[in-house]
Design a protein around this ligand. Sequence first.
Ligand code: ADP
Ligand code: MG
Length: 368
Amino acid sequence: SSTAGPQPIRRLQQSVINRIAAGEIIHRPSSALKEILENSLDAGATSIRITIKDGGMKLLQIQDNGCGIRKADLPILAERFTTSKISAFQDLEKLTTYGFRGEALASISYVSNLTVTTKTKADACAWKASYVDGAMIVKDGSAAEPKACAGNDGTIITVENLFYNTPARLSALRGSSEEYSRILDVVTKYAIHNPQISFSCKKSGSAAPDLTTPSESSVRNTIRHTYGQTIAKDLIHTEIKPLTVDEEEVMDVDEDDVTKWSAEAYFTNPNYQAKKTVFLLFINHRLVESSRMKKALESIYVGILPKGSSPFVYLSLEINPRLVDVNVHPTKREVHFLDEENITQRISDVIHDVLVGQNQSKTFENKG
Ligand code: ADP
Ligand code: MG
């Protein structure tokens, strides 16, 4: 009570700190999956196979054919702040990987049973190790060291019993079919953004995957594979650049020029009319959310689509990395960046003009 005066300040136990930190990064099965997926992409994988049991709560397994992990690195793999991706703070300014904090695998190990099987090209066999609370653990009574096993080049991450030790988090989750559809949503979006990579996602025990994409495909083809032909056949593709200077000037503009950006958009023409907007936004290859940008895009279609109808828009925006602070919390998906308003306006204008042009050519077609 208030009359009791201040309570003593105590240091939290490391295990408590770690579990709290993990909860901030790993909200639900789909957020664990997103981290693991990004690691596979960072590892240069061209094939990513996902198997899910019970909405990811029982099992999340991701197999990639990326570079693998060196056996010597396995003991510290799941410690907090261990990473192969940056070594100095300045590296953040020219970040080309998704990861950099070395927190994902650590976090996952605090709230699940994590097993990693991995093989580099140089290794003669694969190595397998299990982790709990950031540390490699002893299994079947043997010493805590990786075990040799058979395996392909690449890495298999197995996450079992997610949130077994955080019952409140577990009970906050939706049913397994809802969690599974969130997983499929994340995989679908990354598949579209990475059409050169083959993805598959299936429920454990079921023969047919719920999602497969071919490798070395195109964005349009991958959209056809995932969202279906109805969207794919009504897609318009446009590249958008700032409304500035001529090409020559753009060429010798210096690296730090904040006005330099480019966008690629795939958006449906007026023939496509959905009940809800589907909006995929990648900024510098990260899947993010921007409700402001979504609103701006929806408003372009007002007057173009009948009332109550919505479009599909996939937008990939590349801006100067200095304009977005990547060193925000990984789960902060709603992004803001410098010059957001101008860039959004320019993108909206171009898409609007293309759509209006489409409308006209459609009228001509009808006349002719
Ligand atoms: P971060 O991605 O921020 O570095 P993570 O905890 O996600 O941190 O991963 C730690 C390290 O483990 C990575 O830096 C990388 O070296 C290695 N790693 C994780 N997953 C894979 C994978 N699928 N293939 C190769 N290396 C991986
Ligand atoms: Mg990572």
